[in-house]
Design a protein around this ligand. Structure first.
Ligand SMILES: Cc1cc2nc3c(=O)[nH]c(=O)nc-3n(C[C@H](O)[C@H](O)[C@H](O)COP(=O)(O)OP(=O)(O)OC[C@H]3O[C@@H](n4cnc5c(N)ncnc54)[C@H](O)[C@@H]3O)c2cc1C
Length: 541
């Protein structure tokens, strides 16, 4: 080959490589938009001009995390927002307590109210955009901001976290339990001073009525209140009824949901058969200070999060400091294992994660300290329900002004604490679509379809990631038409990444980004990562 031809070949190859790199970058950018909220934050909290607000009322059915976030988004776009929630005490002072741990009531319809709860980074990102006073209100409620590092240890391999990538510190998140988080979001959203167009009523949504003049739309929502049946005209209906998934029945009764992609055929589910024992202790600093490492650990994120290697054990155990002086410890098990109800049981659970590296001494000392405050112990045992996802984005016949968000669309195993992120993703998708036609005062006919498409793109990686983790436990009952071998390569690959993440910063970063829904579904397949996995498999490094 002449020198000239060689130069030509090399130049062409280089040009092709550059082109390929450009195409992959563009594709990743597209996925970042589709699968995460990273490029959507700038639009969150952006209010329409009053004259452009959509006429009428957005009716939010369900006043928990997803409902409150949806209500806050709708405040930026609608003339009025009404949240309908059956638990009447949530409308009293107790429902918005600054010191949530002093609440006299507990949620009757949210079984995990006193269970484990962590807030991943996107929840806090979203809250910061929606509520400019978030930091001040957290401070009042003794909720600290902390780096979003839950100190995950997979099978004994402590996952490295990408501190340097973010400069000064990791993205922060709020260190609050479920009670603290939900009460904070409620207080912020229902503030009549900040958001005067939002109101809440006590009642149970019983159904919806189709609009006789405009059959693609709903006209109103029927609510059972203490005073009797009430009907509210609705410009938009948002189903945030959580695992009750009540909205599907309402729209079917109103004549929607049929067609080739009928609503009753769109839900997939599998059962990870997971159980949780959650402990809360009130541990004042004079007690926690007895373990020197405690302060540094709580200032840098969660305390610890051990999850055993699924090929040898089926348990997980984690702990973090939540609001005020409260400490939350959770023991989880896949399958039918007995769960602890005592401090000794917590030790057994932690041991049963069979960490391949020694569990630091300070963690055992910290668990010993719980005995000093055992009289404050609250225990909540929950059997997680099946994981499910209703693919509304495929439905043939949905009302144009009806959408669903949060657990009314999909519920996943809470082991990585992604439920709040799902609810935030729903709020982000709602805002995205409302911003797209921010000069129009009516809801377009393709509103619901556009919303569900946007939301599905963001739920998909979260759903599949969780499923692959659950399928690595032999006790999981798989989705109909699948076996636990479905995605066997992905299961193996992600196990491999979890092991390597303790030594390799780049891989640790990918795992962190994936858990927090900050990364895309192709990141783990970057050629360099594939190469590292290959080398480690061949040479056992
Ligand atoms: C054990 C456990 C631990 C979890 N841990 C975490 C965690 O660490 N981090 C995390 O982010 N997520 C976690 N989750 C998931 C998270 O709790 C849920 O994803 C979240 O609560 C979903 O919020 P939601 O508003 O969609 O539904 P819910 O919180 O279930 O609220 C539904 C609301 O709808 C109301 N409602 C019901 N029917 C009607 C009706 N007909 N009319 C009007 N209102 C109605 C209910 O009263 C309730 O207020 C956990 C879940 C469980 C089970």
């Amino acid at each position: 080959m002449s020198f000239k031809s060689l130069t030509w070949v090399v130049t062409t190859l280089l040009a092709l490589l550059l082109l390929l790199r450009h195409v992959i970058r563009r594709f990743r950018y597209h996925l970042l938009k589709k699968e995460t909220a990273m490029l959507d934050w700038a639009l969150m909290g952006k209010t329409r001009e009053e004259k452009n607000k959509i006429s009428g009322t957005a009716v939010i059915c369900g006043g928990s995390i997803a409902g409150l976030l949806a209500a806050r988004v709708c405040h930026d776009h609608f003339e009025r927002v009404v949240v309908v929630e059956p638990e009447a005490w949530l409308l009293t002072e107790d429902g918005v307590q600054v010191e949530s741990w002093e609440q006299k009531h507990k949620r009757a319809r949210v079984m995990q109210y006193t269970s484990l709860h962590v807030n991943l980074a996107p929840i806090t990102d979203g809250l910061l955009h929606l509520f400019p006073n978030l930091e001040k209100e957290c401070h009042r409620s003794k909720i600290r901001f902390m780096p979003a590092d839950f100190k995950n240890v997979f099978g004994g391999h402590k996952s490295l976290v990408p501190h340097e990538e973010f400069g000064a510190s990791l993205p922060r998140t709020i260190g609050a339990g479920r009670q603290g988080t939900e009460t904070l979001i409620r207080r912020l959203t229902l503030s009549t001073k900040e958001y005067p167009n939002i109101s809440q009523i006590s009642g149970l949504v019983k159904g919806v009525r189709a609009d006789s003049k405009n059959p693609k739309f709903l006209e109103s929502v029927q609510i059972q209140t203490e005073a009797g049946l009430k009907e509210i005209k609705a410009a938009l209906v948002v189903d945030c009824t959580g695992p009750a998934r009540a909205g599907q029945e309402w729209i079917r009764s109103a004549g929607f949901g049929a067609g080739p992609k009928a609503l009753d055929k769109l839900t997939v589910s599998y059962d990870p058969r997971v159980r949780y024992s959650s402990f809360i202790f009130n541990m004042p600093s004079e007690v926690s200070n007895k373990v020197l490492e405690f302060d540094e650990e709580q200032a840098t994120g969660g305390l610890f999060g051990y999850k055993g290697d699924p090929s040898i054990t089926r348990t997980a155990c984690s702990a973090m400091k939540i609001e005020a002086d409260l400490i939350s410890i959770v023991c989880a098990a896949w399958g039918s294992a007995e769960l602890p109800d005592s401090i000794e049981g917590i030790r057994d659970c932690l041991r049963s994660t069979k960490s391949s590296t020694p569990i630091p001494e300070w963690i055992w000392k910290f668990i010993d300290l719980c005995e000093e405050v055992e009289d404050t112990m609250q225990l909540s045992k929950v059997r997680g329900s099946s994981s499910y996802w209703t693919h509304f984005e495929l439905a043939s016949d949905l009302p144009a002004n009806w959408i669903a968000s949060g657990d009314s669309v999909s519920g996943v195993n809470p082991v990585f604490g992604q439920g709040g992120t799902k609810a935030m993703m729903g709020a982000v998708s709602l805002n995205n679509i409302l911003q797209e036609f921010n000069m129009s005062r009516t809801i377009p006919e393709d509103f619901s379809r556009r919303f569900f498409n946007d939301q599905a793109g963001k739920l998909k990686p979260l759903w599949f990631g969780n499923k692959m983790v659950d399928y690595s436990y032999k006790t999981t009952i798989p989705e109909r038409g699948e076996t636990l071998e479905t995605g066997a390569f992905l299961q193996w690959y992600s196990q491999k990444l979890q092991t390597l993440a303790s030594k390799d910063k780049q891989i640790g970063s990918i795992i962190w980004h994936t858990i927090h829904s900050y990364g895309t579904s192709i990141d783990a397949f970057h050629p360099v990562i594939v190469w590292k996995v290959l080398i480690s498999t061949i040479f056992g490094k």
